[in-house]
Design a protein around this ligand. Structure first.
Ligand SMILES: Nc1nc2c(ncn2[C@@H]2O[C@@H]3COP(=O)(O)O[C@H]4[C@@H](O)[C@H](n5cnc6c(=O)[nH]c(N)nc65)O[C@@H]4COP(=O)(O)O[C@H]3[C@H]2O)c(=O)[nH]1
Length: 768
């Protein structure tokens, strides 16, 4: 090889090659090539050092080579990496090695120390003669006469020193020393690379530690969809270890089957068009666990472009617990806690959806509004636990008789609603109601008792333009009608009912105004002694002086006042007004008998908790003289039988305040004669319906006779209502009824008229 060839070859590997003899140059060139290859290919610094020690020893013919590395603090220490020629005696080498390895060479000391100081290759020709050579004895014993060393440079600093020894005193050529300097530079690159790798490794380890300590799963994915990163939380969340999933596709590992196509399409779209809706967003997605179970995941995705290749990363965490809690809350918000049925909000929502889906032709959607009859009695008689048990059983029965597509809901208390989205006709809806009533008919077994539950059902079919509220409201109106028509019935909604409801609503509003504006007034109807025709008592009867409709009788507004509870303040006004007038009239009569004055008490008033206190307050302000006025209350049988025990104690308390008690409309309601025995009652008022037919038939006469006999046996005064004819009066007198009330004697009349009647001591003669 000529000189130009030598430069060319050296330049190819990036080294400026000094010229020497052809032979030496070739060897040095090979050495540099070997060093370059070792520097590039060696797995690590140690391997490169071993290879280079070996190459240098071979090229130079020197038998021993050793490397020392720089240690922070400014000294060189043995790496333990040596090369020794096969022909060099092992014993000698071992002794030299043992002497060398423990030594630390500071700057300027021995062979490597000055190299560290100067940064240049150095040779020591006669190690035996050099007094500054710490290993003088060791080299002598090992027969190593000459040494040379050169630095390994990494940037501006020296990271290692390589030293070589030979047995003969020998001087190195300046070219060789230059070559060694180049070897040092090549080796320095290996050190630099290792440092960089170590730094990278350390940073990767730090990153991994951080990622492993994260509670969220960290997942990396390359552009092919393969998993590239998987931290400890990912192992826990998905059940796969890092080793198992690295290189596997995300799609097959954690994406549920049904979403895999979408996942692949999303990835392909991003890689082709750079568009990805999911990136940078916090998403909730279903994920797949190793055991095959799906679970909800909250995930944040982002992408990274590195060297023209895309990587994707995600932080994710299992939100099963949160979802369960949310679902439980949602379920609780939309379901009835006792029966587990949908509640009002949910049924309204479902019905609304159903109506919207069929907008335009809402036929086919039926709503059944179910209200249990007398449920309060079950609660009162058997306790609330039993009441709950009944509601649960009713819910189950309703559910099991309906189709899965129907919604059975509990609105409140004992009210249930069923939405049937597919009912062809009214006839079908009626058939459903009949099925429901039949299902509810068998007794419900409680702990010790069994109870029968009946229900009233209102049915409404959707009409175009109706919303959910209107449809349920209509079924409710129909249910109300079913209830008033008797119990355990069903009723279809019709527009007439709607009109009635509207009227009722209007009256309700007007009743409020009537009370505030003083539109009520009282009429009084005298009650006469059957034997003498003398007025012994009067009944106060409410009237409403309506500003537009004129004088209204109680039948037109009392039921609504009762329903809405307005009867309570109205009733209080009646008692106050009657007492006020009674006090004024107490001196009108010239008789030794007190004048009886009675007012009606509605069922609602009887249940009014402060009724007795209210009456007490009114009585105390009026202060009747009992020898002149006897104040009385009339209650119907039905009102009393709603809650006989409570009624008995209220009536008793009223009696203790000095009031008389009369049972009104006696014989028309459901009453127990046994109760009557225990009731604090003074008077029985025989209903007009028995008086009406008394002239024609024996049945009514027999009833009146029986009631009168019963009343007298219990020491009660018996009054007959609705006496219109002299014949009726005659028969009633014959049947020994004590008092008579009816149009025959007087119509209900305003207070002033009654006053005149009392003043004149008007004695109603027997007209017969
Ligand atoms: N056909 C016919 N009817 C007769 C005859 N004699 C009396 N009447 C009517 O029979 C009703 C008797 O009152 P009631 O049975 O307590 O029945 C009363 C009572 O239940 C209720 N009511 C009236 N005023 C009040 C009140 O202030 N409070 C409450 N809660 N209810 C009241 O309204 C009902 C109806 O009262 P009114 O319309 O005044 O009707 C009165 C009276 O006008 C007769 O010979 N023939």
């Amino acid at each position: 090889m000529n000189m130009s060839g030598c430069f060319n070859a050296a330049e190819q590997i990036g080294v400026k090659m000094p010229c020497s003899s052809d032979d030496a140059t070739t060897r040095y060139l090979h050495l540099l090539k070997e060093v370059a290859v070792a520097a590039n290919e060696a797995i690590g610094v140690d391997a490169a050092l071993r290879k280079i020690l070996q190459s240098v020893c071979r090229v130079t013919g020197w038998p021993v080579g050793h490397t020392l590395k720089y240690r922070p603090g400014g000294e060189l220490v043995s790496t333990g990496i040596w090369h020794v020629d096969d022909r060099y005696p092992t014993d000698s080498f071992e002794a030299f090695r043992r002497a060398s390895e423990p030594l630390c060479f500071t700057s300027g000391i021995g062979l490597p120390g000055p190299v560290l100081l100067e940064g240049q290759p150095l040779e020591v020709i006669n190690t035996h003669a050099d007094a500054h050579f710490p290993r003088q004895d060791a080299t002598m014993a090992a027969g190593l006469a000459t040494g040379f060393a050169f630095p390994v440079r990494s940037g501006n600093s020296i990271t290692a020193v390589l030293e070589f020894f030979t047995t003969r005193p020998q001087r190195l050529s300046p070219e060789l020393l230059d070559v060694m300097a180049q070897v040092g530079v090549q080796l320095g690159r290996v050190f630099e690379r290792q440092n960089a790798q170590q730094a990278l490794l350390a940073s990767e380890q730090r990153s991994r530690q951080i990622l492993d300590s994260a509670g969220d799963a960290f997942i990396g994915m390359d552009a092919r969809g393969a998993i590239t990163a998987w931290n400890r939380a990912a192992e826990t969340i998905f059940g796969w270890s890092r080793a198992e999933v690295l290189g596997q596709t995300v799609a097959e590992t954690i994406v549920p089957d049904q979403y895999r196509d979408a996942h692949q399409r999303g990835l392909a779209r991003f890689l082709t068009h750079g568009k990805a809706q999911a990136l940078g967003q916090r998403l909730e997605l279903p994920a797949l666990h190793r055991d095959g179970r799906e679970f909800p995941l909250e995930i944040t995705l982002w992408s990274l472009e590195e060297e023209n290749d895309w990587s994707f990363f995600a932080f994710a965490h299992d939100i099963s617990a949160r979802k369960e809690a949310e679902q439980a809350l949602e379920h609780r918000a939309l379901h009835d806690a006792l029966t587990g049925l949908p509640n009002r909000a949910l049924v309204l929502d479902r019905l609304q959806q159903c109506l919207s889906r069929r907008a335009g032709s809402n036929d086919g959607i039926a709503v059944l509004f179910i209200d249990l009859d007398h449920f309060k009695r079950i609660n009162d008689s058997f306790g609330h636990d039993a009441g709950d048990q009944v509601l649960i059983t009713v819910a189950q029965r309703l559910r099991q008789v309906m189709r899965p597509t129907d919604t059975v809901a509990r609105l409140a208390g004992d009210e249930f609603v069923i939405v049937c989205p597919d009912v062809a006709s009214h006839t079908d809806a009626i058939a459903i109601a009949q099925r429901l009533l039949a299902e509810l008919a068998p007794p419900i077994q409680l702990k010790e008792d069994s109870v029968f539950v009946a229900a009233s059902i209102g049915i409404a079919m959707a009409e175009p333009g109706w919303d959910a509220e209107k449809l349920i409201g209509s079924a409710d109106i129909a249910m109300y009608e079913a209830k008033t028509g008797g119990h355990s019935h069903y009723q279809l909604f019709d527009e007439q009912m709607q009109m009635q409801v509207t009227t009722r609503l209007q009256i309700e509003n007007e009743l409020h105004r009537a009370l505030d504006h003083g539109e009520f007034c009282l009429f009084f109807q005298p009650i006469v002694a059957a034997a003498t025709g003398e007025v012994v008592s009067v009944e106060a009867l409410l009237r409403w002086q309506h500003p537009v409709k004129g004088l209204l009788s109680p039948a037109e507004f009392i039921p609504i006042a009762e329903e809405t509870g307005l009867i309570v303040p109205i009733g209080t006004w009646v008692i106050e007004e009657t007492c006020r007038l009674a006090q004024a009239w107490s001196f009108l009569r010239d008789t030794h008998l007190p004048l009886g004055i009675s007012v009606n008490l509605s069922p609602r008033q009887l249940l009014q908790s402060d009724l007795v206190d209210t009456v007490k307050r009114i009585f105390s302000t009026c202060a009747f003289d009992p020898s002149r006025i006897e104040f009385g209350f009339e209650v119907t049988e039905t009102a009393v039988m709603n809650d006989p025990e409570a009624a008995a104690s209220t009536l008793q308390a009223l009696r203790e305040l000095g009031a008389q008690i009369a049972i009104d409309d006696f014989g028309t309601g459901y009453s127990s004669l046994a109760y009557l025995k225990h009731f604090p009652v003074d008077t029985l008022k025989i209903d007009r319906s028995f008086v009406m037919g008394i002239s024609e038939g024996n049945v009514d006469q027999a009833i009146v006779r029986a009631v009168t006999g019963l009343g007298h046996a219990l020491d009660l005064v018996v009054v007959a209502e609705g006496v219109e004819t002299a014949e009726q009066a005659r028969i009633l007198r014959h049947l020994e009824v004590d008092l008579l009330q009816g149009f025959l004697y007087a119509h209900p009349q305003p207070a002033e008229q009654l006053e005149a009647l009392l003043l004149n001591a008007c004695r109603v003669t027997r007209s017969a």
